[in-house]
Structure formats: structure tokens, C-alpha cells
Design a protein around this ligand. Structure first.
Ligand SMILES: Cc1cc2nc3c(=O)[nH]c(=O)nc-3n(C[C@H](O)[C@H](O)[C@H](O)COP(=O)(O)O)c2cc1C
Length: 753
């Protein structure tokens, strides 16, 4: 086979039957005409840039075959051709990675799985959310296909044992299916599925991973797909990344070994020549021609050429991530220095569509004698307008887009990345124009500095595979959970640990930007009622700040960002309605609010609302159980007193782990009060068990707010116990009773993980 090359006419052709590549444009052109792909079809994977182009594979519709050539076109070198094999399409599996994710973790894992398959050169891999198409299209479109199909599901459980919002339609559809729903000739022999569930056993023991469990049971029952391996449960209460890493490894191994057995070895072998980077074209030409395989379906080119100067036997490490393209400074002021910009103006698609800039009114410590991580209050004003994005109700959430601290961004620029211009604009990657190569995962046309401060979570623990890469060269095997997750170690920590002769190993920009998790927006429960505050939102938060056992200072990304906001600055955020978390419409209905620490935020909102409406409401019983570390940590005492006075509350009990105060001496409480308030909120709930049972049996609403892992679990257990002790129910009856309350929306949780 010969590829002909002409510098001026730029027409290429090949006698190889599957390939017809015609270039009608000069290579020097910045953009190549789509017809460059010629008769091989538009589905070819073409990377283009400046004077070079690299085709890493394309589909030939005429011969229904998959072609995986890798050849480079370069103005300064002859056309290099190697690694051509064709395999009948019939035998190529399709691999669909389908995710449902509330907070982005399942989506992140889905993309990591796609990368891992890509690394093994597994073709035909797509990643979609379960909301990207109709359920029928997502799952049943391959029922009649003769080639193997793999469905790799990843779904978290959200809310109170519910599917994530982008998985709800699919979930409901799946649950409503029966064997009759599928054509009678459907057989599951060439359709396989595997499911990875994400949940939290510590925070949600009674709803642990219920979504993935239910989906797996249904798929098993329907028998339209064969399980590739048993359901895998990832536990965010333990080490989710480790669970996923093991599942991913097993999945990739299964798919690679099955595909190899089925005769697709040529598309799956480690192909060091595969590149999506035009600047690598000369290197790509240096990769060795693959060995012909014995499979009769595979066509091997009869002739190959190598670029002059190619080093024989040279094997380049596989390039995993497409090269990030950098341009001139993203923005600069008159003095030439980069200007700090609000990303909402320059990269609006990075944010949820209802995101706004909220001006800060005040940001104060609620208790002057509290420690540096005492509760704080942020008040922002609502931007003008009357659409729902600038309105809220007590019970709603406020989603904040935090930024990494400047010192952290600067540390990454100094110690992690090599020779980068922090102010250069990121224009995307070399594959951004290609149809199915890896897209650049962050906003473009913003500077590297802005990317590091807004778009990636620099405080995140790297995934197991990234951690292995960062620790490359260290002796001994990595104890991911014990050494890395438990100590909350970051990319910076691992690179500093792995420094040689005092010089930390530096990594490529691509490795950092593709492998660090994107910055997640953080949910805060709104602590005010719009009826009381004229166009303002209050938040109550606690700065997370601690020193690790290795002596490093750690700050929570979002709370340290909030702590640093000054009056007049703006916070980028969105109001999210939480319609299931509301006070009962009928004021006579009894309410019981149980909260600990920061869980006081939504309670404050409800109290304001009830106080505001007290003159016109004939309230039924109102219970409050609230817990703080010590009296110096307690907040909103005045509001609780007002609520008791006006009938918005009928009973309030504040509990302290240490009623003497943080330093063991100062306390405004009398000795009797100290004794009465010593202990946890669950102690107070237990002491009032009979009254709480009456409240539940009289149709009352119960609200549970605070940390999910310890507080939420402890209170749920206590209520369960009350049902058994005072309600004389069996353990099973108590469980069913509690589930019914949750289902009826009378036992409402606003818990944080
Ligand atoms: C508001 C909220 C509710 C949750 N509810 C449950 C639950 O009912 N059962 C469970 O096993 N895990 C629950 N989780 C834990 C998540 O499933 C877990 O953190 C998962 O990793 C999140 O993945 P995602 O970011 O893809 O949504 C909940 C987490 C949050 C933040």
C-alpha cells in the first residue's frame, strides 16, 4: 500500500481498499475542509492543527469495517503509515457507560472508566448520563444488534433513598418494565451489564445504595442482559475511590479479555503510536508497526514507511490526555498584569443556569468568644428581578461556587507544574474539534490561574490511579485508604513526598487538569425567611480548619472561601428550591425540630417564619431540640426566646457536650441548667420519648438537620427506639412506621455528609 503525498496539490490516496483520504486543502491552512476525511466518512477521528494532521482511526461505512490506522500528515515529512488493521464491524463490541449523579462523583467515575478503557485502546466507548436520551433509546436500541454490547451503569443514591435527579426518569421506566416489555426474540447472550452503586453506609444506613440495589435486582429479573459481574457497592462512608478502583480494574480486564477472545485483539493491544496530538506526529511515526495477527479477519498492510530519522525500537509512553492548547493572556490590564475577573461573565456555562452574583451584606462570627472554627453568619442581598432564581422560601438551599485560596493556586504553579504561564488563556485541547475524542473538561478562554482557582478542586484527594502515578518510583505498595484518604493528602502533598534531592517531581498540565476532580458547588441550607428579610439570604456555616497528623494545615475549600468574603464583595451562587422541606401549611399541626451544630441553619429559617406569622396563627405544639459543643458555641438564643414568647415554640431544649464552656470554666448557665443541658441531642429526645411518640401519632412533622454520619444516624436510631419502647412496636414494625413517615413527608431530613 502506498500513500502518495503532494505538498501543493495536497491529494492523498491509497490503494489500500478501506482507505480513501483526500485532502483538498493546503496543509498550511489552519482549518481543513471536512472533505479531508474523504470517502472514509465523517465519522473518522481527525485531529487538525496548523500544518500537521493525525488520523488515529476511522470508520469505513462502505465496507462496514472498523479501521484503525494511525498515520500522520506533516508538511515537513513524508506521509507515514503504519498500524493498519481492519476487523469486521460485526465483532466490535459497543460499550456504553451510563451514569446518574447528583453531586458529580458518579459522572467523574464514568469518565475515569472511559479513560481506563481508552488506555487499553478499547474502541466504541460512549459516556452518557441516564437523562441524555429516552430510556428506550439508551437500553433497547441494541436489542437486535449481532455485536456484543456492554452497559456499564454507575449510579449514586441521593435524597432519602432516591435516584439522582438525572436518573429518575430512567429509574422509573426500568422499574415499570416486565419481561413482556421486550420483543420475544430478545436474548441476552450478547448484551452484558455491570453496575457500580455509590452510597454512604455510615450516613444513610437504612437507605444504603438502595437505587443501585433496586436497579440491579430489576435488570436481573428482566434477563435482557447478562450480568458481567455482581453488583459492586461503593461506600462514601468508607473509601469510595478504592471501591471504584477495584471495580474499574475488574471491568476493564473483563472487557479486554472478552474482546481479545472474540478476535478484536488488534484494536485492543497497547498501541503506543496512538496519539491525538498533532505536535506528536513526528513521534507517532517512530512507533513500531504492530505484529500481524493470526486472525483471518484482520488485514495487515503489505508495506509500511517510516519517517526519516525514526529511531527503531523507540517506544513512547502512551499519551493519555490530549494536549491543552494555550493562547495569549486571557485578560490583562493597562499595566500588562492579568486582571481578576468574575467567571460568571466570561464562562457562564460553567455554572448552573440560575447562578447569580450575590453582594455580601455582612459576614460575621456569631459568637465573639468562640474559637476560629465557631459558627459564622453570611448575609447576602438578592439581585434585582422577580424570576425564581432570585426568590426563595425557608427550607431552600443556596449553592455556592467556591474558589481555591490564592496560596494554594500559587503552590501548584510553583511546585506541581513545570514552566507554565499562569495568565495564558486555555483555548481547549487538540481534540476539541474531533467527534468522539476526549473533550477538554473545564471552561475555555479563561486563564490557567483562573482554571486552578475556580475549576478544579486542589484540595481533593487524588484517585488511586492518579496517586499511583504521582508516587511512581516510591518503594513499597501504596496503602491508598490508610496513607492517602485517611490523611486527606492532596496532589501537592504526594509530589512533595516524592521529591528527589529536594526537588519535587513536576507533572504535565494535562495530567493535573484531566485527573483532578472538578470543583463542586456546595449546598448550604438557607438560614432565613424571605418574609422576614427584605430581599436577603442568611447562611450559618462553620469554617473547617484543622491540622493533620503530619502537621499540615487544612481548610475546607468552601467554608474558607466563605470566611474570606468581605462586605461589598460578591458570592457566585444559585438558589435551589427544596419543596419537600417545608413547614406544614396548617399551623395547628405539631412540629418537632431536631438539629445539631450547623443544622441550626434551616431551623433558624423556620423559626423566623413562625415568629413572623405568630400574630395570625394559632400554633399547635412546637418542639425544638438543639445541640452545640458548649455554651460558647451556641447561637440564636434570642430568637429561640422570642419564639417561646410568641408561641412559635412551646418547648425548647438546648444540649451541650460540654456545658462548662470551651475552656472548661466560662459558662453563663446556672449549675442546674448545666446539669439539665449536659449531653447529646439524642439524650434529650430519649427523655421526651412519650411526648415525641404522641407528636408522631397525632400527625406531626419532624425535621432532622445536621451531620448525617453521626447526628442523623443517632437521632433516627433514637426515634426507632421510641417507637419500640413507648409505641410497643416490634423492630420491624418500627422500621415500617418510620419509612411510612418518610414516605408521607412527615419525617424530613436536611442532613449533610
Ligand atoms: C443529600 C444527600 C443524600 C444522600 N442520600 C443517600 C442515601 O439515601 N443512601 C445512600 O446510600 N447514600 C446517600 N448519599 C451518599 C451519596 O450517594 C454518595 O455521597 C455518592 O458518592 C454521591 O455520588 P454523586 O456525587 O454522583 O451523586 C447521599 C448524599 C447526599 C449529599
Amino acid at each position: 500500500m502506498i500513500l502518495r503525498y503532494s505538498r501543493s496539490v495536497t491529494a492523498l490516496s491509497t490503494t489500500f481498499p478501506s482507505v480513501h483520504v483526500l485532502a483538498r486543502q493546503r496543509y498550511r491552512a489552519q482549518r481543513l475542509d471536512p472533505s479531508f476525511i474523504g470517502s472514509a466518512g465523517r465519522r473518522g477521528i481527525l485531529t487538525r492543527m496548523r500544518s500537521t494532521a493525525t488520523v488515529i482511526g476511522h470508520f469505513n461505512a462502505r465496507r462496514s469495517s472498523f479501521l484503525r490506522p494511525t498515520f500522520a500528515v506533516n508538511e515537513f515529512s513524508p506521509i507515514c503509515w503504519y498500524a493498519s488493521t481492519t476487523v469486521p464491524l460485526r465483532s466490535l463490541p459497543s460499550i456504553r457507560i451510563l451514569f446518574a449523579s447528583q453531586g458529580g462523583t458518579a459522572q467523574l467515575f464514568a469518565n475515569m472508566l472511559s479513560d481506563a478503557l481508552d488506555e487499553k485502546n478499547v474502541p466504541n466507548v460512549t459516556v452518557q448520563s441516564l437523562a441524555d436520551d429516552t430510556p428506550e433509546n439508551l437500553v433497547t436500541s441494541s436489542l437486535s444488534s449481532s455485536s456484543d454490547s456492554y452497559y456499564l451503569f454507575l449510579t449514586s443514591t441521593s435524597g432519602v433513598g432516591e435516584p439522582p435527579s438525572n436518573g429518575k426518569v430512567f429509574y422509573d421506566w426500568l422499574m415499570s418494565q416486565s419481561n413482556d416489555s421486550f420483543p420475544t426474540d430478545t436474548n441476552s447472550n450478547n448484551r452484558y451489564y455491570a453496575l457500580f452503586g455509590l452510597g454512604n453506609s455510615k450516613a444513610h444506613p437504612s437507605h444504603y445504595n438502595v437505587t443501585s440495589k433496586a436497579m440491579d435486582a430489576k435488570l436481573n429479573e428482566l434477563k435482557v442482559m447478562t450480568p458481567l459481574m455482581p453488583l459492586a457497592l461503593g461506600d462514601d462512608g468508607d473509601c469510595l475511590e478504592d471501591d471504584f478502583d477495584q471495580w474499574q480494574e475488574a471491568i476493564v480486564e473483563q472487557i479486554v479479555s472478552r474482546s481479545t477472545l472474540n478476535g478484536e485483539s488488534s484494536t485492543l493491544q497497547d498501541d503506543n503510536s496512538a496519539t491525538t496530538n498533532t505536535e506528536d506526529a513526528p513521534h507517532a511515526a517512530e512507533a513500531p508497526t504492530p505484529e500481524p495477527t493470526a486472525n483471518s479477519d484482520i488485514t495487515v498492510p503489505t508495506e509500511s514507511m517510516q519517517c526519516p530519522g525514526a529511531k527503531s525500537g523507540y517506544r513512547r509512553a502512551p499519551i493519555k490526555y490530549p494536549r491543552v492548547l494555550m493562547g495569549p493572556p486571557a485578560s490583562s490590564g493597562s499595566n500588562g498584569h492579568a486582571v481578576r475577573r468574575d467567571l460568571l461573565d466570561v464562562a457562564p456555562t460553567f455554572y448552573h443556569e440560575r447562578t447569580r452574583a450575590f453582594p455580601v451584606v455582612h459576614n460575621i462570627a456569631l459568637n465573639p468568644v468562640a474559637s476560629s472554627n465557631g459558627l459564622r453568619e453570611l448575609c447576602v442581598s438578592l439581585p434585582a428581578g422577580d424570576d425564581e432564581s432570585v426568590q426563595y422560601q425557608a427550607g431552600d438551599h443556596f449553592t455556592v461556587y467556591p474558589r481555591n485560596k490564592d496560596y494554594l493556586v500559587e503552590s501548584y504553579l510553583d511546585f506541581v507544574l513545570d514552566d507554565v504561564d499562569p495568565h495564558a488563556a486555555i483555548l481547549g485541547n487538540v481534540s476539541s474539534t474531533s467527534t468522539n475524542s476526549k473533550p477538554y473538561p473545564h471552561p475555555i478562554d479563561i486563564s490557567l490561574y483562573e482554571t486552578l482557582s475556580h475549576a478544579v478542586d486542589l484540595n481533593a484527594t487524588p484517585s488511586p490511579s492518579f496517586a499511583r502515578f504521582l508516587l511512581d518510583g516510591e518503594d513499597g505498595s501504596m496503602d491508598y485508604k490508610g496513607d492517602i484518604v485517611r490523611h486527606g493528602r492532596t496532589v501537592l502533598d504526594l509530589l512533595l513526598q516524592n521529591s528527589r534531592a529536594g526537588q519535587p517531581k513536576k507533572i504535565a498540565l494535562e495530567d493535573l487538569l484531566y485527573q483532578l476532580p472538578p470543583m463542586k458547588a456546595r449546598y448550604y441550607s438557607i438560614a432565613s425567611s424571605e418574609h422576614t428579610h427584605n430581599r436577603q439570604i442568611y447562611l450559618t456555616y462553620r469554617p473547617v480548619r484543622y491540622v493533620t497528623s503530619r502537621g499540615a494545615l487544612r481548610e475546607g475549600v468552601a467554608t474558607s472561601y466563605l470566611s474570606g468574603l468581605t462586605t461589598g464583595s460578591t458570592v457566585i451562587a444559585a438558589v435551589h428550591a427544596n419543596p419537600s422541606f417545608r413547614l406544614p401549611v396548617d399551623p395547628q399541626v405539631s412540629v418537632c425540630m431536631i438539629a445539631g451544630g450547623c443544622g441550626v441553619a434551616p431551623i433558624r429559617a423556620f423559626l423566623e417564619e413562625r415568629i413572623q406569622r405568630a400574630p395570625n396563627s394559632n400554633y399547635g405544639p412546637g418542639w425544638l431540640f438543639l445541640g452545640f459543643r458548649d455554651p460558647n458555641d451556641a447561637v440564636y438564643g434570642d430568637m429561640i426566646a422570642t419564639a417561646l414568647e410568641c408561641g412559635a415554640l412551646t418547648h425548647a431544649q438546648v444540649m451541650y457536650n460540654n456545658p462548662l464552656g470551651g475552656d472548661g470554666t466560662a459558662s453563663s448557665l446556672t449549675v442546674d441548667q448545666q446539669e439539665a443541658s449536659r449531653g447529646n441531642v439524642s439524650d434529650a429526645v430519649r427523655r421526651n420519648g412519650a411526648a415525641i411518640l404522641a407528636h408522631l401519632q397525632n400527625g406531626g412533622y419532624t425535621y432532622l438537620c445536621g451531620g448525617a454520619r453521626t447526628f442523623g444516624v443517632a437521632i433516627e436510631n433514637e426515634v426507632h427506639q421510641i417507637l419500640q419502647t413507648h409505641g410497643k412496636m416490634s423492630e420491624e414494625e418500627a422500621t415500617t412506621y418510620l419509612q411510612r413517615l418518610i414516605h408521607e413527608g412527615r419525617f424530613l431530613e436536611d442532613l449533610s455528609d
